[in-house]
Design a protein around this ligand. Structure first.
Ligand code: 5GP
Ligand code: MG
Length: 185
């Protein structure tokens, strides 16, 4: 492993999911999605910035025609728990109208983010179908119900970083997912 990543890794108290475990599961999810959407064009809406690594790896395993759209959404505002306010920084792409849509996020936590975007897609885009994929689902009570059709891993209710997920903008580039040392929070 290269020295710079090893340096960032030392900020972790422990690794929850290592690189190979994540990559294997992402490939499994891709196969499942490919089967479910067989014969259709997939319109992917990925929530930024957290889902950036997940969506990049997932889509490269999917052998279907795919169009990728991104939407910048913020709810943590630099803290380690949800602020309860979901901010959509743009409107939904008009091209999703009437399509087979796959909504992708990194983590299902309170459910506010996915629930809000999911319901807006239904109302504004009248998609032919709408499915939701998340890499992680936290074991906690949801504030808002959000359907999930593809879940990579169920995890405990802890704040995680890595593989696209940040703390104050840091740690997204870790190839694994882990829990930060208290000293770094
Ligand atoms: P929700 O709206 O379900 O509470 O939270 C979803 C969003 O909060 C995710 O898209 C993600 O950006 C952020 N989030 C939730 N839990 C974590 C976490 O443990 N670590 C990080 N870095 N972000 C999280
Ligand atoms: Mg997010």
């Amino acid at each position: 492993m290269s020295a710079p990543i090893a340096g960032v890794l030392s900020s972790l108290e422990r690794v929850l999911l290592d690189r190979d475990t994540i990559q294997r599961r992402v490939a499994d999810l891709a196969k499942q999605i490919e089967e479910d959407f067989a014969g259709r064009e997939l319109f992917v809406l990925a929530l930024m910035d957290g889902a950036i690594f997940f969506v990049a790896d997932l889509l490269r395993h999917i052998n279907l025609p795919v169009k990728l759209y991104t939407l910048s959404v913020s709810s943590y505002h630099g803290e380690t728990s949800s602020s309860g306010r979901v901010q959509m920084l743009q409107g939904l792409p008009a091209s999703l109208k009437g399509q087979n849509v796959l909504l992708i996020d990194d983590i299902l936590d309170t459910g506010l983010t996915l629930g809000t975007v999911h319901d807006r897609i239904l109302e504004e885009c009248q998609p032919q179908s709408l499915r939701v994929a998340v890499l992680l689902s936290k074991d906690r009570q949801r504030v808002r119900e959000a359907p999930t059709h593809y879940v990579g891993f169920e995890i405990a209710d802890e704040f995680v970083v890595g593989y696209g997920m940040d703390y104050k903008g840091h740690y997204r580039n870790l190839p694994c997912i882990g829990i930060l040392n208290q000293a770094h929070i």
